[in-house]
Ligand binder design. Structure first.
Ligand code: SF4
Length: 280
């Protein structure tokens, strides 16, 4: 059985938090560069170029690419033959977030209570999803999820009679209503199926797939291809200034569901699509 220490997890999580905020993934930068070539609006092109410059400056100067350094969300795949020593997984992740945000001079974006709203002062607690898997590895995926895009996300319990057309309409309406508020160009994460809570998780999880990658299932891949075209016909454009690049990509994940239900969740990610991972 593999042993992984509490301290090792703290150290790795702190690094992931800083790298997520400083180093935009090459997949996202490539999508910006590809979009500059296809964007029809001059304002849109200019903003895409500014986003590329912004990402390069953040990396070079070790500063966050956006002032909103987000909620730290983790998807952890814990091998059933992996043993964490010296403390709990949750405590280690939160200590890593605390360390990473403090030492990286990253904004603290979490309040302790949704009504009283006192800042916790260290960006904890994080949101942690743990999946128990075969093997002895510990895989930690992290995103610094911006508040503006999260606020414009939505979930709806459709019924089977709404069908695929109802799903498409809900995706497009969610992006249309978000307009400039979700900081486009977006990565649109979609969950279809499951139940109320697992559908939202599917949408979040889909955003961890690299930009530009299509789903392995041909029918879902085709739906992604169709919907990215439809989303980019909405005309919202980079930062809502108009144009053909409303979204860089769409990711769709599906799951079995109840015979009477067709849940759909749309989790919007802004252009600061910040995802990092480590396997220990
Ligand atoms: S939604 Fe994203 S781009 Fe907009 S302010 Fe928040 S982190 Fe920054």
């Amino acid at each position: 059985m593999k042993q992984i220490t509490y301290e090792k997890i703290v150290e790795e999580v702190a690094r992931l938090c800083q790298e997520a905020n400083y180093d935009l993934g090459q997949d996202v930068i490539q999508a910006f560069e590809d979009s500059v070539k296809t964007e029809t609006s001059e304002a849109g092109k200019s903003i895409l170029n500014q986003l590329i410059d912004n990402a390069n400056i953040a990396t070079a100067n070790r500063v966050p690419m956006c002032q909103d350094t987000g909620v730290s969300v983790f998807i952890v795949k814990l091998g059933q033959d992996c043993h964490i020593t010296g403390g709990s997984l949750q405590d280690a992740i939160n200590e890593g977030v605390r360390t990473g945000y403090e030492e990286g001079y990253l904004r603290y974006s979490i309040v302790d209570d949704p009504i009283n709203r006192k800042n916790t002062g260290d960006n904890t607690p994080s949101v942690i999803h743990v999946e128990l898997v075969e093997g002895e590895d510990l895989e930690i995926q992290m995103t610094a999820k911006g508040g503006g895009a999260e606020n414009m996300s939505a979930l709806k319990m459709l019924t089977p009679s709404d069908g695929l057309e109802g799903v498409k309409e809900f995706i497009l309406n969610t992006v249309r209503e978000a307009g400039p508020n979700a900081c486009p160009p977006l990565v649109v994460g979609v969950g279809i199926g499951g139940n109320f809570e697992s559908c939202a998780y599917l949408a979040k999880k889909s955003l961890f797939r690299p930009v530009g990658e299509r789903h392995v299932q041909p029918d879902i891949a085709a739906l992604e291809e169709e919907m990215i075209i439809e989303i980019n016909k909405l005309g919202i454009g980079p930062q809502g200034m108009g144009g053909t690049t409303t979204a860089l990509d769409i990711k769709i994940e599906t799951a079995p569901c109840h015979i009477a239900a067709l849940p759909v969740a749309v989790n919007l990610n802004c252009h600061a699509s910040r995802h990092k991972h480590v396997r220990l």
